[in-house]
Design a protein around this ligand. Sequence first.
Ligand SMILES: [Zn+2]
Length: 62
Amino acid sequence: MRVGISGTAHVELAAIQRFDLGILICKSCNEVITTLPTDRHVKFYGLCKDMTCIEKNKEANQ
Ligand SMILES: [Zn+2]
């Protein structure tokens, strides 16, 4: 199935060229946790897996 293989390669290339404009930032250390495929620049705030940040967040909620 040569046609199927070349079709897949084309899809992968398109995926690489698409930018992830949405970024998820750790609100504690400002580290970029991940990027999200959104159609405009958006910042989301979350927490990374760093124990320091998780502990800080617990304190902030008290
Ligand atoms: Zn963090």
